[in-house]
Ligand binder design. Sequence first.
Ligand SMILES: [Zn+2]
Length: 209
Amino acid sequence: MPSHELDNFIICKKCHTLHKKVPLAHDTKAVCRYCDTVIYRNHRDLFNTTLALAITALILLIVSFSFTILTINIKGVNQSLNFASMFIVMFEHHYYFVGIMLGFLVMLFPLIILSSTILLLILMKYRKYPYLVKRLLILIAKLIPWSMIDIFFISILVAMVKLFDFTQIDVDVGFISFIAVLLLDFMIIKRISFNELWINYEEIYRINA
Ligand SMILES: [Zn+2]
């Protein structure tokens, strides 16, 4: 069989059954007949909606970093917790390593991942700069395991639970936008997987090549 004929077929990544590709309507997906795994989707709307989600997530992430996360009342004194105050406390107590790790894992990497995702989706949408898109895909894949924003949030929750008995804690804008960022992240990952992005990358830029 010549290779262009093979392009009309797709293999289910779970059970390895061969399927013939058929054109899909807007916002629909093709599911494996045998194991119900999603094989491919119609991506025209997917790019736009995922792009909107990623832009919203980036804005909310910047909000989380800029505003107060928690206000802790210790013996009548209000102490507000935000990123700037966390860095100041850590460096004052000479926790330089922890401070730098926090900066990279919780601030820098999530910011780079989200802005790269936005750039990537825009470039793929307009079918521009395949080399840059490939670099971005590799960069994001390498950084995702190092983004620890969810772990950071869980550790805040654990600290809150431990402090509840002793102090009064009020959640602030930063806290709420953190929850929104995590929910959006989850939605983005659910909508678009890396596997699919690579398949899309190959499909989009082979046409232009
Ligand atoms: Zn299958």
